[in-house]
Design a protein around this ligand. Sequence first.
Ligand code: MG
Length: 381
Amino acid sequence: MRTVPISRFVDSSIPSGGLTTTLIAVVTDVVRSGKPIVGFGFSSIGRFGQQGLIEERFAPRLRDAAFIDIADETGENIDPFKAWNVLMKGEKPGGHGERCVAVGTLDMALWDVAAKVADVPLYHHIARLGPKTSVKAVRAYAGGGYYYPRDDVGRLVDEVKRIRDLGYTHFKLKMGSLSLAEDLNRIEAVAKVMSASRNVAADAMNSYGRRGALEAAAALSPFGLWWFEDLCDPLDFGTLADVARRYEGPIAAGEALFSVAEAKLLEQHGGVRKDKDILLFDPVHCYGLPGYLEIVREFERRGWERNRFWPHGGHLFTLHLVQGLGLGGTEVNPFSFQPFGGLTDDALITDGRVCAPDVPGIGFEARTATRRAFADLLGGG
Ligand code: MG
């Protein structure tokens, strides 16, 4: 296990808020082609590593478990749902804090193990958890568009051109840290490259108070954006509901809510609309796949379709979940949060759609930079 810095920018010398992520390798005694099967996980992106909690509380529970407590029905593989119960043993309701990220980090590595032992891609391994109709290629959009400290708009346009040329049809940029006029200028510049503002989403990174959110929503209305994301504090459901009443376009929310309990509050009090709004919950930040599934099923009980879920993350694990669970689409971070954002080296994005890699597990080994990072982790112990 190791916690490493992770940058929003390709050029990691640009300050990026001190973000980190924790890498983990779960080494098994199952030998395949002369080598033990190893599952890899990390704490998703955009927040902070969780090495302390993993080391102190969660990894020891897993190490101390008897195999029978985490084995699947064949007795030859692990059942990550049973392993999740072991991880959560004795945890109390509420107080989600960031323990959910620690659990999600371990959970990712356990799913990688389970799919590798089953010798199938993860999306295939979890397809039984999805709806009957399974989709091969799923919708994908590129995230990025952070503020550059120098030549911001010029560098932003270069970034979006590269993304368009990779085959993406939709792009999400950041807003909320400059004046509204400057942010609108950035959106216009991006919309020109992506053909139209309806192909562009704007993420305010939870930066606005009530007044700022309403002003931004009014200013964005004429653009007809793909969606308007994270417009206020994640728990300010009053402001979110006020904006949802006035703003006609889709709103995206839920990225910084980490539990089914918080997700229910969003649904009940945030004014989100099941016919148009987007649910961003990050599976790794929401206690991993078992916690994320609770949220999906809770929304389904309340009449939502799975295609409203576009999970935050922008990496291979979320792609597998979108494909395996039949969700709306996936974020991809082709250039941000390297070497963990993005897809495999040979991934083909065709008209804004992509398939998860057909290799056993999550497929981190099929992205050179990610494979090196995990090899380095194993080499360093
Ligand atoms: Mg966001």
